[in-house]
Every structure is written in structure tokens, then in C-alpha cells.
Design a protein around this ligand. Structure first.
Ligand code: R1P
Ligand code: URA
Length: 287
């Protein structure tokens, strides 16, 4: 049992007692949380709530908490990238599992359920723009997890990606929560998601600067690891899954595919696809 007193420089509270970046107090958070990258997407989710009791904004973290069908829900924005997810999950975990008055870990743990509703680009011709995909596995191409304890599961896909791209660092491999994944199976394409530390060269895009890796997209799309292929690029899922495993929260990442990279197509109806993702997720989890 961790019985340390956590100093005020390590877990920072604002003068009103709220947690540093998220600006939330424990009572502002439901145990079921939808997350979105774009702060403007928060209201697109909460418009479907029956009632909104609480709203706050700090930096890119916008939070609305309310009720739908008798279930208390929070929706919050995270901004982009895994470093924001590290802040988000550490502070959400602290809100429920640390007594903020005496700064000690609570003896009884609360497990949050967190479902990401994000956009994503497909690596495969047959995963079309406009489709919805659930990340069963995520491969992190960022270095954040080098600073945390090792993950338990198999890392065969991460190893294959490291080898293919000749990376000088170790990607990491992490998994969706099986219970949440089971709820959406059959309704979403099931995929293996590459979480990238950027949108352009780290996803093989050539705008002005030429990516260092030749044919990155094609090489990754062609990888076959024991029958498994990589399906999509985005920028947060691996951090949710990895930190979810270490902190003991349940995570699921749902993606609206807005770009098909091999076909060089962008979803002309991306806003409607995101709305379909939101409504589908609310039907599955908003009870
Ligand atoms: O639509 P969101 O949730 O922001 O997700 C995706 O879109 C952003 C890039 O455009 C990245 O955050 C990526 O993960
Ligand atoms: O191609 C894409 C589309 C959305 N988000 C990403 O990170 N990549």
C-alpha cells in the first residue's frame, strides 16, 4: 500500500481546490467519461445529454458533466497528442483515487470508464473514409512510456513496426479494455491503431518537408504480423491504453475514419461521420 504524503509541488491544486490543468474537483466528474480531442466537440456530445449540471474550460480541457437516461456522464476535451493524455489520466486518477485534503492514496480504488471519440486516418484501402473503427490494440510511436513501468502484454506488433521502420527507440503495445470492447463488437470495424507523435511526417505525410522514412505508409500497410494488420493512424490511443492498464481504469478508443491515405481521399462529410460516431457511442454507453 502506497502511504506517501504527495507534496504540493508534485500534485498541484489551484487556489479553489481544483486539480491543476483540468480545473476539476472530484464532485465534477462522473465515473463514465467520453473524451474528444477538439474542445468544440464537447458541446456536440453534451447536446444529446438530458441535462448538463457543470461546465468548465481550462486551456484545451473543456468539461461538461450531466445526465442521460439516468446515467451520469462527463464529456471532456483533451487537445492533441499523448502528452496531453498523460496529464488528463494522471489528474482524473488523482481526482478519484487520492484524498486531496490529506494528499494520500485512498484505500478503496475507483475505476473509471473512459471512451475516446476521435478522428483518424486509414492505412488500408478497404477501411473507408466515413466508417467507424474501434482500436482493439494500439501501438505507441511516441516515447512517453519510456518513463513509466513496463506494460505486461505481448509486444509482437510493436516489435515488427520497430524493425520495419528501423526505429532507434522501442514503440509500445497496449490493449483496449476487453469489457468495453465487447460492447461495441459487431458495430465497429476492429483495428490495430498506430498512435503517432505528429500528424505530418510521423504519419508519412509529405507536404513541404520530405519524411525521413521512404514509403512509410505503404510499408506499414503491408505489414502482416500473424494475420494482424495495422489499420489506422491517430495521436492519442496508445497513451489511453497503456496508462489505463497501469492505473487500473477501463479505456476504449472509437474512431471516425475521416481520411483514406492509400486512396488519398478525405471524408467530405466528416462532420456527419463524427456525429454518427457520437450518437452510436451514446446508444452503446449512455445507459
Ligand atoms: O479528432 P481527435 O480526437 O483530435 O483525434 C485525431 O485528430 C487530431 C489530428 O487532426 C489528433 O488528435 C488525432 O488523434
Ligand atoms: O489522418 C488522420 C486523420 C485524423 N487524425 C489523424 O491523426 N490522422
Amino acid at each position: 500500500m502506497d502511504n506517501r504524503h504527495i507534496p504540493e509541488s508534485e500534485l498541484i491544486l489551484n487556489s479553489d481546490g481544483s486539480i491543476y490543468h483540468l480545473h476539476l474537483k472530484p464532485e465534477h466528474l462522473a465515473s463514465f467519461v467520453f473524451t474528444v480531442g477538439d474542445p468544440d466537440r464537447v458541446a456536440l456530445v453534451s447536446q444529446y445529454f438530458d441535462q448538463i449540471d457543470f461546465k468548465i474550460k481550462k486551456r484545451e480541457f473543456v468539461t461538461h458533466t450531466g445526465w442521460k437516461n439516468g446515467k451520469r456522464l462527463t464529456v471532456m476535451s483533451t487537445g492533441m497528442s499523448t502528452d496531453n493524455i498523460e496529464i488528463l489520466l494522471t489528474e482524473l486518477d488523482a481526482l478519484v483515487n487520492i484524498d486531496l485534503e490529506n494528499r494520500r492514496v485512498k484505500t478503496e480504488k475507483t475505476r473509471l470508464q473512459i471512451v475516446r471519440l476521435g478522428t483518424s486516418g486509414s492505412l488500408q484501402e478497404d477501411v473507408h473514409a466515413g466508417e467507424l473503427l474501434v482500436s482493439a490494440i494500439a501501438i505507441g510511436l511516441d516515447t512517453m512510456m519510456m518513463f513509466y513501468p513496463h506494460l505486461k502484454g505481448n509486444h509482437d506488433i510493436a516489435d515488427a513496426v520497430q524493425k520495419e521502420l528501423d526505429l532507434s527507440f522501442l514503440p509500445y503495445q497496449a490493449y483496449a479494455d476487453p469489457e468495453l470492447l465487447a460492447k461495441v463488437e459487431g458495430y465497429f470495424i476492429k483495428g490495430v491503431t498506430l498512435t503517432c507523435p505528429g500528424f505530418y511526417a510521423p504519419q508519412g505525410r509529405h507536404v513541404l518537408l520530405k519524411p525521413r522514412m521512404e514509403r512509410m505508409l505503404e510499408r506499414l500497410a503491408e505489414l502482416n504480423i500473424e494475420g494482424c494488420r495495422l489499420t489506422n493512424f491517430e495521436m492519442e490511443t496508445s497513451a489511453y491504453y497503456a496508462l489505463g492498464e497501469l492505473l487500473g481504469h477501463q479505456m476504449l478508443s472509437l474512431n471516425a475514419i475521416v481520411a483514406n491515405r492509400p486512396l488519398k481521399k478525405f471524408d467530405s462529410d466528416a462532420e456527419r461521420t463524427v456525429d454518427r460516431l457520437i450518437r452510436t457511442a451514446l446508444e452503446m454507453f449512455g445507459y
